[in-house]
Design a protein around this ligand. Structure first.
Ligand code: ZN
Length: 176
């Protein structure tokens, strides 16, 4: 049977948005999202990070730095009981790149669905049963392009029903 995924944007969704974040000391988890991710993980969704990192193309930091930051985000999440299965990032930018190798019209940069499609192939994920959670239009567009349900992160702060559903799922899981 194919698996379900909860795809999560990084900056502005899993962690506070700081433009071109590249220092681990600037990382702050957004706790409503952590609660949400843990609840969906308990329901069998694989948490997978999907992030645009055009700072690489712009020469602001390198891919190793992106991987280092992502690993630290995963470590903080694991301490909260959320176990990220993989982190996909797009280092490209079609027009703003200062490093020629990254100045490409790639298929991975959101709003395109390339990273979600790659994850689906790598983990045998049913995209129609999966969710993309993000804070920007490009996240939602990428999710829709892949055939996922999409949720804007603002819904987690304003819609008590989602958090309530999350806490109920935790509760019923504990009872079983
Ligand atoms: Zn790309």
């Amino acid at each position: 049977m194919k698996k379900k995924a909860l795809f999560l944007d990084r900056d502005g969704t899993l962690i506070q948005h700081i433009p071109y974040l590249h220092r681990i000391e600037d990382i702050r988890l957004l706790l409503p999202v952590v609660t949400f991710a843990r609840a969906y993980q308990e329901r069998g969704y694989l948490p997978i990070m999907i992030t645009n990192q055009s700072g690489v193309a712009r020469g602001m930091f390198d891919e190793e730095t992106v991987q280092h930051v992502n690993a630290h985000v995963c470590k903080l999440l694991a301490a909260e009981g959320v176990f990220m299965q993989a982190c996909y990032y797009c280092p490209h930018h079609p027009t703003k790149a200062t490093i020629q190798a990254y100045a490409v019209n790639c298929s991975c940069r959101k709003p395109l669905a390339g990273m979600l499609l790659q994850a689906a192939a790598d983990f045998e994920i049913d995209l129609n049963q999966s969710i993309m959670l993000g804070d920007s239009q490009c996240d939602l567009d990428a999710g829709r392009a892949a055939g996922c349900q999409v949720i804007h992160v603002a819904a987690l702060q304003t819609d008590q029903l989602i958090l309530q559903a999350a806490s109920e799922s935790t509760f019923s899981q504990q009872k079983e």
